[in-house]
Ligand binder design. Sequence first.
Ligand SMILES: Nc1nc2c(ncn2[C@@H]2O[C@H](COP(=O)(O)OP(=O)(O)OP(=O)(O)O)[C@@H](O)[C@H]2O)c(=O)[nH]1
Ligand SMILES: [Zn+2]
Length: 309
Amino acid sequence: MTTRREREQQVVVEGRVVADFGREFLVELADKRQLVCTRKGKKQDAACGDFVEVKLTGSAQGSILRVGTRRNLLFRSDEWREKTLAANVDQVVILLAPKPAFSEAFLNLSLVACEAARIPVVIALNKSDLPEHAASLKSLALYSSIGYTVIAMSAKGDISALKPLLEGKLSLLVGQSGMGKSKTVNALVMTDVARVGELSASLGSGTQTTTFSRMYRLDRDTAIIDTPGFQSFGLFHLTEDQIGEAMREFRPFLGTCKFNDCAHRNEPGCAVIAAATAGKIKAERLSFYQVLLEQHRELHENHPDWMDK
Ligand SMILES: Nc1nc2c(ncn2[C@@H]2O[C@H](COP(=O)(O)OP(=O)(O)OP(=O)(O)O)[C@@H](O)[C@H]2O)c(=O)[nH]1
Ligand SMILES: [Zn+2]
């Protein structure tokens, strides 16, 4: 005889979220079985890459009971909502292209988000077969000079520069629409990713097909998570200090400004501005930071109650 409590415990299993459809999640169990799961409560706090405990509610259905402790979590936010991209990843690949031309603001915002979440970054400039690629790659020298890995690749042709960087890791692929994420996933996975859309439709909400993150396993130790393309990487959730610390080349100078609460805008005795004047910090990056900070302050002044939501 088993007690009711024992029976309940028997149907709780552990797994990993391999797709996030917004209101529903696909959870993979150790035996590779996949369950379509819901998350109880209003807060949809599970993310692709999360380790979870699931209560079975049907042969292929479940309900996520608990989300395991995360190593990291990447998300974006504006004044209205937060959007989770993925959890527990080893690195983020920011995919750019020369045509349509990538937005440098998007690149910088993505870098700030990754730094704040303490996730290493690879910057990949796709479409190396296009004539515009060389000039675009040259413009990225600024990012290699501050320590980021920058690679050139073509999802249509040669992805050999990207492949070894993915080995043994879980990489999250982000990028604006049109940079070639789907093509890159196709080239890496070599299956028809259209099948993902069909799967989403079968989950009962075809409209969500463009708003999810999904994991693809490339081999036993290597996987990627694809995210939908988006145009802006909101950082409403960060504090001003976190934004300063996320500018990696600022770090040697932080804490050495005249004022403890220096925001590196125009304060006297600012070590960051002095470093920029001396050429140790690139003017473009200081300017990006100052504009971001200004916009951030304005948004927070207009939404002072955000933290209470
Ligand atoms: N010339 C060239 N075109 C490419 C390459 N990779 C992707 N493209 C093209 O760029 C366009 C966008 O590619 P997608 O893979 O759909 O881009 P995406 O980033 O997934 O875009 P969203 O679906 O909007 O998020 C398509 O017309 C691709 O054929 C490449 O390496 N070279
Ligand atoms: Zn300063």
